[in-house]
Write a protein that binds this ligand. Structure first.
Ligand SMILES: Nc1nc2c(ncn2[C@@H]2O[C@H](COP(=O)(O)OP(=O)(O)OP(=O)(O)O)[C@@H](O)[C@H]2O)c(=O)[nH]1
Ligand SMILES: C=C(OP(=O)(O)O)C(=O)O
Length: 211
């Protein structure tokens, strides 16, 4: 968490119930629900461990996730709004945060995320009205930021990087190798995340050594 010298970030992490998540991800011998939950928990733990983050808001209705996340201190949970959908869920989380804070939304499926990589991106977003980080494929978005006082808008979904650029978001200074660029939707993405080093919960499930 922050050292109090500059305003810390509020980061909203949307997470679908694990029994409906990661439908494109098939890892032989690994239960999909457990995998989806472990991926979300490792992502959330990395956000909570980031030294420029002051508040972590998790949006979604996965009771099992909330239970297992009990070991990660300082999280706030917000229920899924109706009507649902990813952008509505993120907006519901953002609404719980004072607009004077710098705010960000991070997808909940980055099991290799390192707190330092997130911190670097958020530091580079200071003073930028809207910032965006593309996923490794280049078409999607992993992180969207808004400076204090800037109204929140998001367009996560297909081709969201171009849509966020059209909303005025500036690409943040994040290298191709950053773990922040690696969300996991497919087996190929998962292999890339394993190569970077998985967080402990996901690593334990697939029996590889954690980072
Ligand atoms: N709360 C909430 N989170 C969502 C919703 N849709 C997607 N997410 C989360 O947003 C992140 C990116 O989601 P996707 O990769 O598009 O969806 P997914 O369900 O995880 O995977 P697929 O089944 O392959 O589409 C993940 O952390 C999801 O859990 C939603 O409607 N509500
Ligand atoms: C929702 C998104 O990602 P994906 O569906 O690829 O996880 C996105 O990139 O906006």
């Amino acid at each position: 968490m922050t050292d109090g010298t500059v305003p810390g970030w509020a980061v909203v992490v949307p997470v679908k119930p694990a029994d409906r998540g990661k439908s494109r991800l098939d890892v032989p011998g690994v239960d999909r629900v457990a995998l989806a939950r472990a991926i979300a928990l490792d992502t959330i733990a990395a956000v909570a461990a980031c030294d420029v983050v002051e508040r972590v808001v998790v949006v979604g209705d996965d009771g099992g996730l909330a239970l297992e996340a009990g070991a990660i201190s300082g999280l706030r949970f917000v229920p899924e709004p109706a009507p649902g959908g990813l952008n509505a869920a993120i907006a519901a989380g953002i609404e719980t945060v004072n607009e004077r804070m710098p705010r960000a939304a991070l997808l909940g499926d980055l099991p290799a995320l390192r707190p330092h990589d997130l911190a670097q991106a958020l530091r580079s977003a200071r003073g930028i009205a809207r910032g965006v980080v593309a996923d490794a494929d280049g078409a999607g978005t992993t992180l969207l930021t808004a400076a204090p006082g800037v109204a929140w808008e998001s367009a996560f979904g297909e081709d969201s990087f171009a849509k966020h650029r059209a909303l005025g978001a500036v690409p943040l200074d994040v290298t191709d190798a950053s773990t922040l660029r690696h969300d996991v939707d497919t087996a190929e993405h998962f292999a890339a995340a394993i190569a970077l080093g998985l967080g402990p919960r996901t690593a334990a499930l697939v029996r590889v050594s954690e980072r």
